[in-house]
Design a protein around this ligand. Sequence first.
Ligand SMILES: [Zn+2]
Length: 203
Amino acid sequence: MFKAELMERAAKFRSAQEDQSSHPSACPALVLNADYTPLSYYPLSLWPWQTAIKAVFLDRVDIVESYDREVHSPSLDMKIPSVIALRQYVKQSEFPAFTRFNVFLRDRFHCQYCGDASGNLTFDHVIPRRLGGKTTWENIITACAPCNMKKGGRTPKQAHMRVAMEPIRPTSWQLQQQGKMFPPNYLHETWRDWLYWDIELEE
Ligand SMILES: [Zn+2]
């Protein structure tokens, strides 16, 4: 292939990417609660632009910040909201649901025996079921597949394995704090002020 052709292809590819990034579908709105804290950190509370604009017209949200990009309709031109805040406060339940995802999040996606975070993560009953161990926050931990195999149907003591952190039932607030440690790959500049400022202040 000729160099010129390669360059042309590269240019085409670039412009296609640029087009995509300026497309409304790449402009989600960060959703804040009525107290201007994010509804959720992980996954980050984001709405597609259509949902955000609809909520604006239904008076359910206030626009806090906007993208430069506009959408047009016969009756109006409007900048796409990049940060919106709910008018009505949504009370978060005190305790999060007991789900696979939330257990992983509590354990920061690390095997609680060896600390590995790269492998295939599974769940382990600290006290095995055959010994009466329950499937609860206090008895389920994240474990990599090799550790899970190694431990088998034994207690950690029997298997000579140490649990890194005593498993607890976290509060929603605690889980939110964990979620802050996993910022998404893409953060629009207008989101930053609403997301991680308290972490930076601690430094
Ligand atoms: Zn492990």
